[in-house]
Design a protein around this ligand. Sequence first.
Ligand SMILES: Cc1cc2nc3c(=O)[nH]c(=O)nc-3n(C[C@H](O)[C@H](O)[C@H](O)COP(=O)(O)OP(=O)(O)OC[C@H]3O[C@@H](n4cnc5c(N)ncnc54)[C@H](O)[C@@H]3O)c2cc1C
Ligand code: SF4
Length: 493
Amino acid sequence: MGKVTGFQEYDRKMPEKLSPAERVKNYNEFESLYSDEELNKQSARCMDCGIPFCHSGCPLGNIIPEFNDAVYHHKWEEAYLILASTNNFPEFTGRICPAPCESACVLGIHRPPVAIEEIEKHIIEIAYQKNLVKPVAPLIKTGKTVAVVGSGPAGLAAAAQLSKAGHEVTVYERDDKIGGLLRYGIPDFKMEKWVIDRRLEVMEKDGVVFKTNTEIGKDIAADELTRNFDAVVLTGGSTIPRDLPIPGRELKGIYFAMDFLKQQNKRVGNSPITAEDILATGKDVVVIGGGDTGSDCVGTSNRQKANSVKQFEVMFQPPEKRTPHMPWPTYPMVLKTTTSHEEGVERHWGINTKEFLGDENGNLRALRIADVSWETDFLGRPVKFSEVEGSEREIPCQRVFLAMGFLNPQYTGMLESLGVELDARKNVNAKEGIYRTNVSKVFAAGDMRRGQSLVVWAISEGRECARKVDEFLMGHSVLESKDSVNQFDQVFN
Ligand SMILES: Cc1cc2nc3c(=O)[nH]c(=O)nc-3n(C[C@H](O)[C@H](O)[C@H](O)COP(=O)(O)OP(=O)(O)OC[C@H]3O[C@@H](n4cnc5c(N)ncnc54)[C@H](O)[C@@H]3O)c2cc1C
Ligand code: SF4
């Protein structure tokens, strides 16, 4: 434990951010790093709990009190090694994770939790500065080959781990650049893309081969992979967006969030855009969907200088604090105000969009909406809604971005030709802890298996799946699993 009285002496403090007015001028990240002194204080807040609930809150099982202690004592290499033992990409999670570890932090019972995510980001940035992030693949290879399809965080984590185990790994990606939603979903203002490129350089030195502009099931037949590789890992993500099939859906000006966000990331990354431009500039924008993807549309619309931005959510407004139904250490479904919201948006809850209205040229001109009220069950969960009488009205708008989540992975093409079985939710049926599909030597992980989720879960799935692939290829695995946490506890204590 860094400092016994640290949690009593120091308050949680977040690094400085540029003002909303400044940051909407471009797509850059806008958060600075802590000073050395502040980083030391923040790490000193960790109580080194006897039962560190932060571990169990983290899907990767990050060994948090140990790295907090190492940071406090300026043991940068030790902090990095502890963190890297459970997380291949702390530079991603340190920037964009919703930090379930912090929701589970024991200090959070009566004070603001330890700033674990920020500390994680600092450890990895310092490790890069000090040239501690090095290739780890063994010189002697196993002679086994693995194809990974999809280069999002799940595919990259699986590839990194499999290469660490000594296998020859090739990652196939249908887009023109590697990264999945890290590259072409999450906006640059949340994570600049040099962060991915810097990591890819390390992975290439490790021997991982990346093939872009290659769709499996189209450019290369899926069974070619099963013939030519000893194992195949499917990490193609959950890519089919939820639609809103109400009257007027065919009007011009209504887009899926991902079409809008991907284009902007391509613009920032100087990648060619082949479709028509989708821009919010000068438009009255309504984002339908109150989640993170919706919030990214808000931030992007403001940067494109939209005339006005509204965000509609059909569910009721979440509470500001934990309720008895969401006690510590569960992840609380409370009201979240993101940095994009701070930049300017009108947020509305309990809104049902009933019709898109167009002008004589087939362009969107307004939405017909109504307020709804919700019936909830004894746990406060929504059961059904009914329209508030007399609340129907028109809202002028020329751009709508549909951000209501993703249904399941694309079945046509790769999954269909492989004959992969799906589960009841139409995700790939490969059970957690096993990660094997019904097709011989084919495994699956990430959003493609789990359904739409988070980067931290994708990394966790990629790692655990790699371990199962390694076991399948070699009879046993040399890779760590979440269960190795205790072994590291012993090494570092
Ligand atoms: C707009 C947006 C913002 C988000 N923000 C956050 C956030 O802030 N924090 C967070 O934790 N999570 C966030 N998420 C969720 C997170 O990005 C995903 O859960 C995560 O990226 C899933 O990782 P994955 O590797 O399973 O799949 P993906 O990242 O979706 O990657 C799958 C890749 O597979 C490729 N692919 C698919 N089929 C084929 C094929 N047949 N051949 C070749 N390649 C193929 C796709 O092109 C894609 O690149 C966000 C999601 C979206 C959409
Ligand atoms: S729960 Fe919070 S205070 Fe306790 S060990 Fe984890 S980070 Fe430190």
